[in-house]
Design a protein around this ligand. Structure first.
Ligand code: AMP
Ligand code: MG
Length: 497
């Protein structure tokens, strides 16, 4: 407990003018208790505590005791939600406790989610339910282990507090961490309020603390444009990584888009089981705005909203500012495509760039869609493909309905592998380090939630451990790497959390 108390909190965001946030105080939950504690995230704060001793930290993890040098704040932002502008959002149920700089010099903001109302709650209760904190905790750690930029999760605090959603559920708090929780919407609010000085203050803050290399650019307009370009590149890379593991975020509103290119605000997300390009994981997304195959384009749409909000920073003359932004934005598609193709090539075990790559990848995905094949397992099994003896690949062939189409594809694929002439053992090892065996399938997290709702938290810990090594073969029941069992109820997730 002492070590947590001795954390050296700084409050750089809270030293910005008060227009950027409101001071808040966490509201406690009834009968708080520890549900999960992540010792690897704790290590990022230089805290060496395992799950068994972590209960001592409860007063801090539950917002009961606030560090003496912590100044809890709720951050202000707005955002485009499902295409329409919401002029006032902000942390309605999250409170930033402060920032910790670890021995390695990394800065981590600690944010408590579900800690009660803030001036931005807009009439909602400021709470999070146990179900949604488990979903965020497990998925952020699973994404991290997959090598995908994300906020991290330190702990879940459960309680006996009744929280009203479609049903009565139990309130919980998540303590999450990120170098910064600033969102696209943090810029948008000041643009739409015509408070352009604040835009500059925010950009300067980000450059000083998170994009320090940009300080070398002496000319301010160029520097701010470079900031936008950097956010654009990170966003393109992030979404490309989502596409490569079959992850759909579910609510890609601009207030959920991280300025650092992190996966942020886990709600009704989903990893696909069988491949479906049009996969919609959010039950409330009736028109499929955030369907899996829309994510790259939505990334561009969201970046266009950010560019618009940053226009006053690009030039005093609005026409020139718009020209600069318009010259930059089309680069997004190139950056995305190059990163995506590189990643997908690696998933196929290919290293040499070839004109037909896109076709080879698309054809495989289309065949997978036609035959409803499990996304994760198919890519995992590809490392066993034998390019020299196509007759040995029945494990693959048998999954496809259209055998002829498969045979043609397999011939092309084999030809590519043979032409590259790489040693097959090395290729196999590399492919298994890229194509995960374990992802957080919805039925897995759902099972952990059901047990947790009966106060059994072991499955959370177990899933966390399994998903911390998504690329290793682990001795486990096949359930953990399998699609949902035949006839099992389809899990429906919506924005309610
Ligand atoms: P989301 O799309 O879940 O990230 O939330 C959109 C906005 O609604 C954010 O400003 C949240 O802080 C706010 N919000 C969501 N749920 C609640 C809640 N239970 N109480 C207060 N604010 C909330
Ligand atoms: Mg949000």
């Amino acid at each position: 407990m002492d070590r947590f108390n001795q954390l050296n909190f700084t409050n750089s965001f809270a030293s910005l003018p008060e227009k950027f946030y409101s001071h808040v105080t966490p509201a406690l939950l009834k009968n708080s208790h520890l549900v999960a504690f992540n010792s690897s995230a704790a290590r990022l704060l230089d805290i060496e505590t395992d799950e068994t001793n972590a209960a001592e930290l409860l007063p801090y993890l539950s917002g009961e005791r606030v560090q003496k040098n912590s100044k809890p704040i709720a951050m202000l932002y707005s955002g485009h939600q499902f295409g329409g502008y919401s002029p006032q959002l902000g942390d309605g149920r999250a409170m930033m406790l402060g920032e910790v700089t670890n021995k390695a010099g990394e800065k981590w903001e600690l944010q408590l989610k579900g800690s009660g109302q803030t001036p931005y709650s807009r009439g909602a209760d400021g709470r999070a339910v146990l179900r949604s904190t488990i979903r965020e905790y497990l998925c952020s750690e699973a994404m991290h282990a997959l090598g995908i930029p994300t906020t991290r999760a330190l702990s879940i605090t459960g309680s006996d507090e009744e929280v009203y959603r479609e049903d009565i559920e139990k309130g919980a708090m998540l303590l999450r961490m990120a170098p910064s929780h600033v969102r696209f919407g943090s810029f948008e609010i000041f643009y739409h309020r015509q408070q352009f000085n604040e835009l500059q203050t925010l950009a300067d803050y980000l450059i000083e603390h998170h994009y320090t290399k940009l300080q070398e650019i002496a000319e301010p307009h160029e520097r701010y444009l470079a900031l936008f370009e950097e956010v654009m590149t990170r966003t393109a890379h992030l979404i490309s990584q989502w596409q490569q593991v079959g992850f759909a975020h579910g609510v890609m509103n601009t207030d959920n888009m991280s300025i650092l290119g992190l996966t942020l605000d886990y709600g009704p997300y989903g990893f696909m089981d069988e491949y479906d390009a049009g996969f919609i994981c959010n039950h409330s997304d009736h028109y499929g705005r955030y369907a899996f195959d829309q994510q790259p384009d939505i990334g561009l749409w969201n970046l266009s909203r950010l560019a618009q909000a940053m226009l006053p920073l690009f030039d005093e003359d609005p026409k020139i500012a718009a020209e600069k932004a318009n010259a930059l934005i089309p680069k997004y598609r190139e950056i995305f495509k190059a990163h995506y193709l590189n990643g997908m090539r690696a998933k196929l075990g290919l290293t040499v760039v070839h004109d037909d790559d896109e076709r080879l990848i698309e054809e495989l995905l289309e065949m997978m869609q036609q035959s409803s094949i499990d996304f994760t397992n198919l890519f995992r099994s590809l490392s066993n493909f034998n390019p020299n003896h196509l007759e040995n690949n029945n494990f693959l062939r048998d999954q496809f309905i259209d055998r002829e189409r498969y045979e043609q594809w397999a011939k092309l694929y084999a030809h590519r592998l043979i032409t590259e002439g790489r040693d097959s053992a090395t290729r196999r090892t590399e492919m298994n380090g890229i194509n995960p065996k374990y992802v957080l399938r919805n039925h897995l997290v759902q099972h952990a939630i059901k047990l947790a709702e009966k106060s059994n938290y072991l499955e959370i810990q177990r899933l966390h451990e399994i998903l911390s090594n998504p690329y290793s073969e682990q001795t486990l029941p096949s359930y953990y790497a399998a699609p949902p069992p035949e006839g099992s109820e389809r899990v429906v997730v919506s924005c309610s959390s």
